[in-house]
Design a protein around this ligand. Structure first.
Ligand code: ATP
Ligand code: MG
Length: 586
C-alpha cells in the first residue's frame, strides 16, 4: 500500500473522543443503551424525532441556546434558539392540522436552504406527518414524479418555484390539497396560501401525539446515480441511529458548532444537516449559498465551526484550486471533519492533512440505511482509501451469492464481494414507495444487499471497490473504477476522473477514463500519453486505462456523485435513462 496509515496522537486532542476504544465499544454496545440516552415522549408515548431534536431541549436548560444559525446568501443572518425552534415548529404543526394533515400524510418541501424548510421538516415530524424533501433545482417533471409517487398532500415552497414548476403540474396531482408559500404576505389564489400569515395565526402550543417507533418519518428519494431514483421510507426510531452515529462517527460534543454542507434535498442533509446535530443539542450552521471556496473557508473561520461534514466532490473542488487556506484563514477551531457520498480518494486524505492540517474521516452509508454504517473514528488511525469500520450495533459482511440465492460469507481478508448488512438497525428503510418487489429483492438469505462491492482487511477495515453496476470486467479481471480514478487523481494535472468499461471484442471491456484537468494544464497528446503511462506504472497494464478522453467536467448527480452510467451511455450512443438528478453545470 502506497499510502501510509495516518496515526492519531492523543496529545493533540482538544477534547476526548466519544469513542475511545473501538473494539470495546463495539462489543459492549446495545440499542437499549441508546434508548436510555434519549428521552422518549412523556407517558410512554413512544419516540418522535422532533421531540428528541427540539422540544426536549427547549423544555430544559438548552432553551436559550443557539440551535440553528442560518446564513443567507446575501449576508443576512438569522438565529434560532431551541426555544424559538420549538415555537416555530409547533406553529407549523398546527398549520398542518388546520389543513387536516394527519399522521402518515406526506408534506413535501421544494425550496433552497431557507429557514422555513427546517421549520417545515421538524414541524411535519411533530405532527407525525412525513417529511419529503425535493431538491430545489429539479425541473417540473422530476418534481411531478416525486409528488405523485409520494402522494404529497401539502407542499411548502417559494413563489418563484410555485410559478415556474407547480402551476403546470398541479392538475395531474389529485392528492395535493394546498401549497404554502414561504415568501408572500397574502394568499395568492385558492389553495395557495401565505405561510407567514398562517404561521402568525397558528397557536405556538402543540402537544406531540403518541408516536410509534415504526411510524413513518421521512420519504427520501435516492440520488439516481445508477438509474431511476427510488423513494426510501424511513421511520421515527431512525433517531437512535442519527444520535448514535453523530456521537461516535462525527464525535459531537455539547459545545460543538457543526456544519453539514449537504442539502436537505438528500438524505445526508436531513439526517445530519437537520436532525442529528439538534438531537445532540449543538449549534447547527446552515448556509443558503452554493459552493464557493472563499465563502466556505470564511464560514469555517467566522462561525468557529468545530465539526465539519462534507463530501468528496466538494473536497476535490477545494483541492483543484491550489490555494493555501491556512495562510489566509484561521481554521484553528476546526477539530474534526468527515466525508460521505462517494469514495474519498486517498489523495484527498493526504491533501487534507497537508493543506488544512485536518484529517478527513471517510464514512459510508446510503439513503436506504438512514444513517452512517461504516466509519473512520476520531480516536482511530486512518488508512487512506478505507471507509473504516462498522458503527456499534451494525453488522456488515462481504458476501458471495449464486443465482439460486445461496449466500456465503467471505471470511478471508481482502477478498472482494458484495457489501451487505444484517437487517434490524433502527434507521433501516422500511420499503421503496410503490415498489415492494424491488424492496424485497434487496434481501437475500437474511442479509440486506447494498449494491456496492467491497473488501475487508485483516483488521476489519472496509475498502470500497465500486458499485456492482460500475464494475469493469476486462481480460478476466474485475476492476473497480474508484481504484483507477484514484490513481489518476494522484497525477498533478488531474482534477477529476470518471472510469467506465467500454465493450471490446477481445478483452470483454476495456478501461476508459474521462479526465478533467486542472487550470493551467493543456489537454494535449503529450499529457494523454503521460497519463496512460502513469496509469500503467501505478496500476499495472491489466488495470490501467487504455483510453483517456479529456472533458471539461464530469456528469454528476446534484448530490455530487459521478454518473458513470451516463459516461457509458454517451460513449456507446445509448439512451441516457433517467437524468432528473443530473447537475447541469460543472
Ligand atoms: P441510486 O441508488 O439512485 O443509484 P445512489 O446510490 O447514489 O443513487 P445514495 O443513497 O445517495 O444514492 O448514495 C449511496 C451510495 O453512495 C452508496 O451505495 C455508495 O455507492 C456511495 N457512497 C456513499 N458513501 C460512500 C463512501 N464513503 N465510499 C464509497 N461510496 C460511497
Ligand atoms: Mg443506491
Amino acid at each position: 500500500m502506497e499510502f501510509q496509515p495516518i496515526k492519531k496522537d492523543p496529545k493533540s486532542w482538544s477534547v476526548q473522543p466519544n469513542l475511545l476504544d473501538y473494539e470495546q465499544t463495539y462489543a459492549a454496545f446495545s440499542w437499549d443503551q441508546i434508548h436510555h440516552e434519549l428521552d422518549g415522549l412523556p407517558n410512554g408515548g413512544g419516540i418522535n424525532i422532533a421531540h428528541e431534536a427540539v422540544d426536549r431541549h427547549a423544555n430544559g436548560p438548552l432553551r436559550d441556546k443557539l440551535a440553528l444559525r442560518w446564513l443567507g446568501k446575501d449576508g443576512e443572518v438569522m438565529d434560532f434558539t431551541y426555544g424559538d425552534l420549538k415555537e416555530q415548529t409547533s406553529r407549523f404543526a398546527n398549520v398542518l392540522r388546520s389543513f387536516g394533515v394527519q399522521k402518515g400524510d406526506r408534506v413535501a418541501v421544494l425550496a433552497g436552504r431557507i429557514p422555513e424548510l427546517y421549520v417545515a421538516a421538524l414541524g411535519a415530524l411533530k405532527n407525525v406527518s412525513v417529511f419529503c424533501p425535493l431538491f430545489s433545482a429539479f425541473g417540473p417533471e422530476p418534481i411531478y414524479q416525486r409528488l405523485m409517487r409520494g402522494e404529497a398532500k401539502v407542499l411548502v415552497t417559494t413563489k418563484l418555484q410555485y410559478k415556474k414548476k407547480i402551476v403546470e403540474i398541479w392538475e395531474r396531482l389529485p392528492a395535493l390539497k394546498a401549497v404554502l408559500i414561504a415568501d408572500i404576505d397574502e394568499d395568492l389564489t385558492e389553495n395557495v396560501y401565505s405561510l407567514p400569515k398562517l404561521m402568525a395565526k397558528a397557536s405556538p402550543e402543540f402537544t406531540i401525539p403518541p408516536t410509534d417507533p415504526e411510524d413513518m418519518s421521512c420519504l427520501h428519494f435516492t440520488s439516481g446515480t445508477t438509474g431511476m431514483p427510488k423513494g426510501a421510507i424511513h421511520v421515527h426510531q431512525a433517531v437512535y441511529v442519527h444520535y448514535m452515529t453523530a456521537k461516535y462517527a462525527l464525535d459531537l460534543h455539547p459545545d460543538d458548532i457543526f456544519w453539514c454542507t449537504a442539502d436537505p434535498g438528500w438524505v445526508t442533509g436531513t439526517s445530519y444537516g437537520v436532525i442529528a446535530p439538534l438531537v445532540h443539542g449543538v449549534t447547527n450552521i446552515v448556509d443558503e449559498a452554493e459552493f464557493d471556496a472563499d465563502r466556505w473557508y470564511t464560514i469555517l473561520q467566522d462561525q468557529k465551526v468545530t465539526v465539519w461534514y462534507t463530501a468528496p466532490t466538494a473536497i476535490r473542488r477545494l483541492m483543484r484550486l491550489d490555494i493555501k487556506p491556512l495562510e489566509v484563514y484561521d481554521l484553528s477551531h476546526l477539530r474534526f471533519s468527515a466525508s460521505v457520498g462517494e469514495p474519498l480518494n486517498p489523495e484527498a486524505v493526504v491533501w487534507g492533512k497537508a493543506v488544512l492540517n485536518l484529517i478527513i474521516h471517510d464514512n459510508w452509508w446510503q439513503t436506504e440505511t438512514g444513517g452512517i454504517m461504516i466509519s473512520n473514528y476520531s480516536s482511530a488511525d486512518i488508512r487512506p482509501g478505507s471507509m473504516g469500520r462498522p458503527l456499534p450495533g451494525i453488522t456488515p459482511a462481504i458476501l458471495h451469492r449464486d443465482e439460486n440465492g445461496n449466500v456465503e460469507i467471505e471470511t478471508r481478508p481482502s477478498v472482494e464481494g458484495e457489501l451487505a448488512l444484517k437487517p434490524g438497525w433502527p434507521s433501516m428503510f422500511r420499503g421503496y414507495i410503490n415498489d415492494l418487489e424491488r424492496y424485497k429483492k434487496c434481501f437475500v438469505g437474511g442479509w440486506y444487499f447494498t449494491g456496492d462491492l467491497a473488501e475487508r482487511d485483516e483488521d476489519g477495515y472496509y475498502w470500497f471497490i465500486g458499485r456492482a453496476d460500475d464494475i469493469i470486467k476486462t481480460a478476466g479481471h474485475m476492476v473497480g473504477p474508484f481504484e483507477v480514478e484514484s490513481a489518476l487523481l494522484e497525477h498533478p494535472s488531474v482534477a477529476e476522473a470518471g472510469v467506465i468499461g467500454k465493450p471490446d471484442p477481445v478483452i470483454g471491456e476495456l478501461v476508459k477514463a474521462f479526465v478533467a484537468i486542472k487550470p493551467g494544464y493543456d489537454p494535449c497528446e503529450e499529457l494523454r500519453t503521460e497519463l496512460l503511462g502513469w496509469g500503467r506504472k501505478k496500476l499495472g497494464s491489466a488495470v490501467a486505462p487504455k483510453e483517456i478522453e479529456f472533458v471539461e467536467y464530469l456528469p454528476k448527480t446534484r448530490s455530487g456523485k459521478i454518473m458513470r452510467r451516463l459516461l457509458k451511455s454517451r460513449e456507446l450512443g445509448l439512451p441516457e435513462g433517467d437524468t432528473s438528478t443530473l447537475e447541469t453545470t460543472g
